[in-house]
Design a protein around this ligand. Sequence first.
Ligand code: CP
Length: 354
Amino acid sequence: MNPAAPATRRALTTPPAPASPFPYNPGSLLSVLDLTVDGASRLLVRATELEHEDPIVRDHILAKRRIALLFYESSTRTRTSFELASKALGADTTLVSNLSSSIEKGESLKDTGLTLRALGAEAIILRHNSSGAAWLLEESTRLPVVNAGDGMHEHPTQALLDLRTILTHLRPGVSGVKPDTLAGVTVMIVGDILHSRVARSNMLLLPRVGARVLLCGPKELLPEQAARSGPGIEIERDFEAALRESQAVMMLRIQEERLAGLQLDLEEYKASYQLTGQRLAALAPAAVVLHPGPIIRGMEITAGVADGVQSAILEQVTNGLAIRMAVMERALTAENGGPADRSSPARRIKGGRA
Ligand code: CP
């Protein structure tokens, strides 16, 4: 009997996994996996175009379109940059926060989303403490939903702005990406990988443009199975060894709000994983230092490194504005892959069809 036969039979009779119905709306961005490499590239290129666009022209792109920001968790960078980006394209925005809305009275995510849609919202930007909340909101409203961070799951626009920052430093002059754009580049992600949606989105995006992702942290915050999240991802527990190999170093905050009773010896953590000026100078003197924020000075990173010449932390924040302009334009104009597939919106506006 051919020992391979039963397996072959199984393979032939197992029905294919159903295709994910998400995203329902072509403008949604729920995960970096919603984007092909080409799609990510178009957003990056469009971000640069929009950044340089005449503000008066830009102001017409989403003129008077209604965008709701629905935030169940605190945010400084993401909320402000989505709001400013939407307004820079001429949209009207409204913020609904869990702390000052009927969410406090127990209104569900679905009912809040439907209420916003009934008020004329054409897209919703959602930050939520539950992984998968953006999918639920999209299913309930069928509006374009942009995931601004869902629990421990994903933060796709953060990964895009991180990629833009890495390109600026390691591939100057390159604004789009291809599958080999970051070939030969190691991006280290250090710290609380377990709870980090930023780490997850970067782990799913960076290897698709050629980067090697090296994860570093203690077992409590970086389980072994993280290396099996996808191709191009490895674990190196020794921070100093990992630093030596890295051209980009992404430090993460320990997310105390998600530790759920996990006890960590913070002094031991700092001794092993804190990015100090001494370590950086000795082991990665040319690396670009990233951090999604908020940074905790003196914990995962010293003040000297955060403010130092290798730090691109504030550039990341600025890049968030350009990336989120491109994402919100896609959200409200996407048909079969978004505006970059069609004529440039700026050209259409100049032609009087805004
Ligand atoms: N990077 C990030 O998501 O920061 P905020 O929580 O301040 O939005």
